[in-house]
Ligand binder design. Structure first.
Ligand SMILES: Nc1ncnc2c1ncn2[C@@H]1O[C@H](COP(=O)(O)OP(=O)(O)OP(=O)(O)O)[C@@H](O)[C@H]1O
Ligand SMILES: [Mg+2]
Length: 367
């Protein structure tokens, strides 16, 4: 296990005279032994970044350090980074035993030691019963475990990289594979980076997640931090299902105005507001919106219910704020009486809101 550092990484692809900037000035440090996720929409540069870490790509600019050593120019085989790809790579000319033993045989490891290590890896990944089967006949979740096994069987693996390994796996089998990957990571304490565009997958697997958009890492932090303190409307919207609500408002001296409704603000927040910012957005998570049947001082904003969705243990309702022609989502308990067409009143409690100016959170200057 190792510490991985990316310093000012930029990558530009050139093909047929066309240039595509896939990664822009990325800085990221993965501490030794940690489990990390990389999430972001399709095309944002996740695979490019992963391939730069493993050495399949040399970045146009910037440096990759493994334990402080500059490996930017080193080929993949000299970095000892294991990579599990979107689609499993297994040798179907060999059985599972042969697949697992392959990286060791290549390095002239003694036969007895190979046997022990294959057994140990197979136990860790639940492959003991399948050692003499041909992986060509397996479903993708087992093939991915074989690929992972090949990556971790060497004891000098510096990092484990996963590029959307669940892509081809049946929805019903995903949980089992994810659990096995997670167990292996925890047992071996290998620094890992797991790419996905599925935030649930990312946040259950990782200690920390990096959110990427248009070639840049826009926030790196714990799942709680990403959820509670998104640095931008992009992160607020991307993390959470449904994402954070954003409501346009106007800042006056000591209040925020949403349409004709006023929300008091604390002195601390007031101090952060630049008087030249006339238009702001209030961000609030659906679970933080409480609804009431009657208008009250703390729930002054009138809304109309336009949709209710039953999601197992709670409901997500869509509320329209007619005055500013805006729809937001709120999470309500199942026993709350809500029908489409009802008038409900909401408040925006300043403890639960986050303010954004031009898409960046203002509490921390959009860092
Ligand atoms: N070999 C290539 N040549 C030219 N452009 C490329 C190449 N590979 C990727 N790109 C472009 O670089 C950008 C980033 O691609 P990348 O594959 O890293 O994204 P991604 O986040 O992994 O996407 P996905 O979620 O779809 O896998 C995209 O605009 C893509 O079209
Ligand atoms: Mg990709």
């Amino acid at each position: 296990m190792s510490k991985i550092e990316l310093r000012n990484i930029t990558h530009i692809y050139e093909s047929g005279g066309e240039k595509t900037q896939a990664v822009k000035d990325v800085n990221l440090t993965l501490e030794e032994g940690t489990s990390n996720a990389l999430i972001g929409p399709s095309g944002c540069g996740k695979t490019t970044l992963l391939n730069i870490i493993s050495g399949l790509l040399t970045p146009t600019e910037g440096k990759v350090l493994i334990d402080g050593e500059d490996v930017t120019e080193l080929p993949p085989q000299d970095r000892d980074v294991a990579q599990v790809f979107q689609f499993p790579v297994v040798y179907d000319s060999m059985d599972v035993y042969g697949n697992l033993a392959f990286p060791l045989r290549n390095r002239d490891v003694p036969k007895e030691e190979i046997k022990e290590r294959v057994q140990e890896t197979a136990e860790l990944l639940g492959l003991v019963d399948k050692l003499h089967d041909n992986p060509g006949n397996f479903g993708p979740e087992w093939s991915q475990l074989v690929s992972l096994g090949r990556g971790i069987i060497r004891h000098d693996t510096t990092a484990l990289l996963f590029d959307e390994p669940m892509t081809d796996v049946d929805p019903g089998r995903k949980l089992t594979l994810r659990r096995r990957i997670s167990q292996a990571q925890q047992r071996l304490k290998v620094t890992s980076l797991y790419v996905t565009h599925d935030q649930h997958e990312a946040l259950t697997f990782a200690d920390k997640a990096a959110v990427m958009n248009q070639g840049q890492i826009v926030q790196y932090g714990s799942p709680e931090k990403l959820y509670e303190q998104p640095v931008s409307t992009f992160v607020g919207n991307f993390i959470g299902s449904p994402g954070m609500n954003f409501i346009d408002c106007v800042a006056t001296d000591s209040k925020l105005k949403v349409g004709s409704f006023e929300i008091p603000i604390s002195d601390e927040i007031k101090d952060l507001l630049d008087p030249s910012w006339t238009s702001l957005q209030v961000g609030i998570r659906p679970y933080q919106i409480d609804i009431a049947d009657e208008q009250r001082e703390d729930k002054p904003i009138s809304t109309t219910v336009t949709l209710t969705e039953h999601l197992g243990s709670y409901r997500i309702i869509t509320l329209k704020l007619p005055e500013i022609d805006k729809e937001i989502k709120a999470e309500v308990p199942l026993d709350e009486q809500v029908e489409v067409g009802d008038e409900k009143f909401i408040g925006l409690n300043q403890e639960n809101i986050r303010l954004f100016h031009e898409g960046q959170a203002i509490e921390n200057g959009g860092e």
